[in-house]
Design a protein around this ligand. Sequence first.
Ligand code: FAD
Length: 402
Amino acid sequence: MRAQQVVYAEQGYPMSPDRPTTLHIVGGGIGGLALAAALTRRGWPVQVYEAAVSYRAVGGGHWLYANALSALHRIDPTIASDLVALGMPFEGFWFENLRGVRLLREPTTHYTPSPDLAPIVVRRWDIIDRLAARVPADRLHFGKRLSRVEGSSLIFEDGTTVVAEVIVAADGIHSIVRRDRLGGQKPWFSGQTGLWGIADATLPGEAARHFTELWGNGIRMGFTAVRGGAVYWFLVVRDATPPREPEALKAYILDQARPFPEALIEAVRRTPADRIHTNPLWDMPPIRRWWAPGVVAIGDAVHACTPNLGQGGCQALEDAAVLADALDRYATFEEAFAAYQTARWWRANGVTRFARWLGILAQMRGPMRWFRDALVWSTPARVVRPVLRWVMAPGWTKSSTP
Ligand SMILES: Cc1cc2nc3c(=O)[nH]c(=O)nc-3n(C[C@H](O)[C@H](O)[C@H](O)COP(=O)(O)OP(=O)(O)OC[C@H]3O[C@@H](n4cnc5c(N)ncnc54)[C@H](O)[C@@H]3O)c2cc1C
């Protein structure tokens, strides 16, 4: 049986109309769950292997733009409408420096092709919860940390092995499947570290209706209201290693946040230390081939981007929508994988490059930050708008599917 599967993998798996072939998805994050939900709805058998023992630790907020909402409509329209109901729309993006100079104020109406695709911020937990609810519970396996892949065998840390006909790498930026099956390209560290949390707090006046980012001297903070009387805040530091212990981490953030407005510092104070998260910010240099016979990669596993555009998860959702459609359309897995990569490669890598560039700009320090401020302040809307429209454009998942 196993030998036969390997032969198939080399020749290209045929896809029969009654879909007997199970897709084994490694990683039950946004990308893996979205693909599992899309395929389940289309009648494909899937198995999802998630390293975490549960989703309880998922925290923070997450922006969903028109491109992500449009992808969700294709994955399952009920997920899109659930998240819109749970999400908080906002009226604009405000970027300022710490002297109160407005660098950019951009209304979200320019990025809202229809009311149901208006940008929203949701709790990350809500995305995971809504997606997971569309995957049969017996297909979702927790505590299954992949340790290595040998051919078509998935070998887990708990000592179990699964022989997989088709493997989907959705195991994030440090993907084991990518390492063992797709050439092992290493991620790039931005030198920046993100820290974030959600506080039971409210924002004063207009701030409650906008997403605001304040750029300082090699440091920045951002915040936005989320539904339920809460504020999602984040801090990005450069060339620093914040402590891991929760109370020490919170004290570190409060210290770093001193140059920022009191309302923001108060939001950090009101966040329980054990609900503050931190992550080094990485991205993925372009990977030439996203698939090999019997294996394909999606999301951060293949094109992770820094969170500077709020697009990593949105792009993973685009991947899931495009790959699910391609699997429905083509006769073999390999044709579907190739079509998926063709549809997604330039766009996903373009967004990743742009996010990297924006992060470098936002985190400038010393005299370079005056250059940064002047550049952003003087860039006209007619230049900014087409670029941001391209990033958030919902048409990509519709028109670029081959
Ligand atoms: C601070 C921060 C803020 C962000 N904000 C936004 C935002 O507002 N909007 C946006 O679109 N994106 C945002 N992103 C990016 C977004 O979170 C990611 O791009 C997105 O989660 C990628 O989804 P994924 O499923 O590909 O990978 P992941 O979310 O990383 O999921 C991978 C999953 O695989 C599991 N896994 C890992 N290794 C193994 C293994 N060996 N075996 C089994 N399972 C494994 C992990 O536990 C995880 O559940 C943000 C990122 C950060 C760090």
